[in-house]
Write a protein that binds this ligand. Structure first.
Ligand SMILES: O=C(O)C1=C[C@@H](OP(=O)(O)O)[C@@H](O)[C@H](O)C1
Ligand SMILES: C=C(OP(=O)(O)O)C(=O)O
Length: 405
């Protein structure tokens, strides 16, 4: 579905939007619920990725296809490796078959797991024969994706001796790993992370427990951008968010303050208000801990005529698409001057003029569609395959359009 967007004669209307549960928290908790069935969950994400994961966990066929869902792919690799007696071939979309999994498979094989590549070494599809694992020490590289480590952490309490993980290299996307450990702690699992070693104790059962998933902060980023590109005084309210969040992308409140947006917390809601026009010309940020908001921030800066110098972006090349190239191509269509390396993006300050008649390619990447959407306040354009958004945010267009009139 192609979607024509034109908000150039429109404004934000003050409204309140309830955003669905965090995809990252949900995907972890759905795996943990398999080990601890008396765990109750509320506000679970209704994203395609979480739905794929849920289906995969209950599937009985040998072939399990998780589409574009990276976290699901990584978490299920570890999950099926320890599910005794279950044999699966785990696969995904064409892009998923080009997203690397070797670091995780090597680590699981080191622990004794039975996993083989069906096609290309290092990439899905993979054939997994679930078995009991009794080894308890493993080493893993942490600088390519934190998801590999989170996958090991999620199965660790179910192993008879727990797990000691030695982390090699610098950990990327660190808050996601902290989130995984924090959720285990909430279930009463003992974890220690000291230096480059994580130790997780085994746990057979937990006390009855209900966890309410906080709403998704990455999804909130698109509304931050919308407010940032609006007139001073405009505001929006989003729920349900906590001041103390497990999600690293909650750093949005501090980052968007530099872009003129004030965040106020009240009773699990955040109100975003445009309070000033930023005076800084170039926003310089290292986004190693919050890679998923890089696209949003780059587009906001462009919409404001600002430049940005974003570093720590080495993981962007192996996400739903090569997001660095995608950003360069699509911002370029609107007239932006963008220079990328394998781990950074630099956008030149612009005159706040935007090329018209652009058709935005989305590259099967939900975040390309959502990150660019607020730019329609500045220039009309067409979004190709606008329904890609459902990967993480099913009601995105509905919610987005509900706050613009
Ligand atoms: O663990 C998670 O839930 C995620 C970790 C991050 O991936 P990397 O660790 O690969 O950067 C992030 O980009 C992804 O959207 C979700
Ligand atoms: C990178 C993402 O997801 P995943 O790696 O789980 O596909 C994302 O949602 O931006």
């Amino acid at each position: 579905m192609d979607l024509f967007l034109d908000y150039t004669d429109k404004q934000i209307v003050t409204t309140s939007i309830k955003i669905s549960g965090s995809k990252s928290e949900s995907n972890r908790l759905l795996i943990l619920q398999q080990f601890f069935p008396n765990l109750e969950l509320e506000n679970v994400s209704d994203s395609d990725d979480s739905v794929h994961l849920t289906h995969a966990l209950h599937a009985t066929k040998e072939l399990v296809d998780i589409g574009h869902a990276g976290t699901a792919m990584r978490f299920l690799t570890a999950y099926f490796a320890v599910k005794e007696g279950r044999e699966v071939v785990l696969t995904g979309s064409e892009r998923m078959q080009n997203r690397p999994i070797k670091i995780l498979v090597d680590a699981l094989q080191m622990l004794g797991a039975d996993i083989a590549y069906v096609d290309k070494e290092g990439y899905p599809p993979i054939a997994i024969k679930g078995k009991k694992i009794s080894k308890q020490k493993v080493a893993i590289n942490g600088n390519v994706s934190s998801q590999y480590i989170s996958a090991l952490v999620l199965i660790a309490p179910s192993l008879e001796n727990g797990l000691e993980i030695e982390l090699l290299e610098e950990i990327t996307s660190r808050p996601y790993l902290e989130m995984t450990l924090d959720l285990l702690n909430q279930l009463g699992v003992s974890t220690i992370w000291e230096g480059n070693t994580i130790v997780i104790k085994p746990k057979k059962a937990i006390k009855d427990k209900t966890i309410t998933v906080e709403s998704d902060w990455s999804s909130a980023s698109y509304f931050y951008s919308l407010v940032a590109l609006s007139e001073v005084g405009k505001s929006l309210t989003l729920s349900s968010y906590n001041k103390e969040s497990l999600q690293g992308d909650s750093c949005l409140s501090a980052i968007y303050q530099k872009l003129g947006v004030l965040t106020e917390f009240e009773n699990n809601s955040i109100t975003l208000t445009k309070v000033n026009t930023p005076t800084t010309e170039i926003l310089t940020l290292n986004l190693q801990e919050a890679p998923d908001i890089a696209q949003t921030i780059a587009v906001t800066c462009f919409g404001l005529g600002m430049g940005c110098d974003l570093s720590g972006l080495h993981t962007l090349k192996i996400k739903e698409t090569d997001r660095l190239v995608a950003l360069q191509n699509e911002l370029g269509k609107f007239g932006a001057a963008v220079v990328i390396t394998d781990k950074s993006l630099r956008l030149t300050v612009s005159a706040n003029s935007f090329n018209r008649d652009v058709t935005l390619k989305t590259y099967n990447d939900h975040r390309m569609a959502m990150a660019f959407a607020p730019l329609a306040l500045k220039v009309p354009f067409t979004v190709e395959d606008a329904d890609v958004v459902t990967k993480s945010y099913v009601s995105f267009w509905e919610d987005f359009e509900s706050c613009i009139q």
